[in-house]
Design a protein around this ligand. Structure first.
Ligand code: COI
Length: 363
């Protein structure tokens, strides 16, 4: 291993690369990982020893408190191939701000943007060859922090591990860019007011697996979550936020406190406003959507998320009724949003919003 020092981060390079083992033309989501990862420890009330090192196993003991109580947060972000000298990170500043908000909710010490961005730039430069080049692919970046004290009492940990790992990815859903199907759940809710739904924390996802599994057994891609109190207002999909085009108005469920504040969701809203759509962030009930469909006013439904990008929804099922949207095809607004957001991400469309953070590969 070669050891070099970056300004904040210690860097140990992998002696060899595993990239030959990966078929870049046939990428799954999140199954293979790049040569390097970032690691940092929190102990004695401070983050210390920032380190970029070869990707590999981490040592834990069965008493590790995150394994028992789930005190953990994560982010999901992406980097895009622009040309042989540049890779674009997409909105790392807002991802980091959300990472810290999740930390606050889960009693995890916040991290600095300076270390975050230097870690990302260092990893991207070392693993640039892992950024896939084909349209529709990206390097998915997973920063995460977990409680790592060996202690079985159910209380806040005093030590944490912070990692960033990266994975070249293709489409998140097996449907690719074809419309997905959603069903509401009669029995389960994803998040409650005052709960952790707004945080990107591990347990939110674990809790959604049983209802998602049931939905998949019934032939749907995912669950369309309704609010926990009235079981009436649409919240999100769990792996993405949701948007409805009703006549010419883009309606997006408001951030109720139990909905994840999606970064692609925000990009969709900003673009739709720029294109002079009427944009409403408000409570939207499932009955309103079923009725808008019956009245012929529901033009498009699509999800947005870092992993999902823009994902058209072709069918929604609720209480035994099903509505079809868009005859199995992506709608024009969803397609324009997909083309524009990915165009900005790949550096092919001018970034008027300042969303991209270019990493120069040979500074
Ligand atoms: C993302 O879009 O990055 C997510 O976190 C969704 C994930 C559960 C894959």
């Amino acid at each position: 291993m070669n050891t070099t020092m970056a300004s904040i981060i210690k860097v140990d390079k992998a002696a060899t690369s595993r990239i030959q083992e990966v078929d870049m033309n046939n990428l799954d989501f999140g199954r293979c990982f790049t040569d390097h990862m970032f690691e940092m420890q929190y102990e004695s009330n401070a983050w210390k020893t920032a380190h970029v090192k070869p990707f590999g196993p981490i040592q834990i003991t069965p008493a590790l408190n995150v394994l028992h109580y789930g005190q953990a947060v994560f982010e999901g972000m992406k980097a895009f191939y622009v040309d042989e000298h540049h890779i674009n990170l997409f909105r790392p500043d807002v991802h980091h701000a959300r990472f810290n908000r999740s930390c606050r909710r889960m009693c995890i010490p916040e991290t600095s943007y300076e270390v975050f961005i230097e870690a990302l730039e260092t990893l991207i430069r070392l693993d640039a060859a892992w950024v896939p080049q084909k349209r529709g692919t990206a390097l998915y970046i997973r920063p995460f922090i977990f409680a790592n004290e060996d202690y079985l009492a159910a209380r806040v940990s005093s030590t944490y591990a912070y990692h960033i790992i990266m994975s070249p990815v293709g489409a998140y859903y097996a449907e690719g860019f074809n419309p997905v199907s959603l069903t509401t759940s009669p029995d389960f809710v994803r998040a409650v007011p005052g709960g952790t739904g707004e945080a990107k924390t591990a347990g939110n996802y674990a809790a959604s697996f049983l209802p998602a599994q049931q939905a998949q057994q019934d032939g749907f891609t995912q669950v369309l979550w309704l609010d926990a109190i009235e079981h009436k207002y649409i919240e999100e999909v769990g792996t993405m936020n949701i948007h409805f085009l009703i006549d010419d108005t883009l309606v997006t469920p408001s951030l109720s406190g139990s909905v994840l504040s999606g970064i692609t969701r925000d990009s969709v809203i900003q673009l739709a406003k720029q294109w002079e759509y009427e944009v409403q962030e408000r409570r939207v009930s499932i009955d309103e959507i079923m009725q808008a469909s019956a009245d012929g006013r529901l033009k498009e439904v699509f999800g947005s998320g870092t992993a999902a990008v823009i994902s058209p929804v072709g069918l929604i099922a609720h209480k035994g009724q099903e509505i079809q949207i868009g005859n199995g095809k992506i709608g024009p607004l969803a397609e324009r949003l997909y083309d524009t957001i990915t165009g900005i991400q790949y550096g092919q469309i001018e970034d008027r919003f300042g969303w991209t953070h270019p990493v120069t590969l040979h500074p």
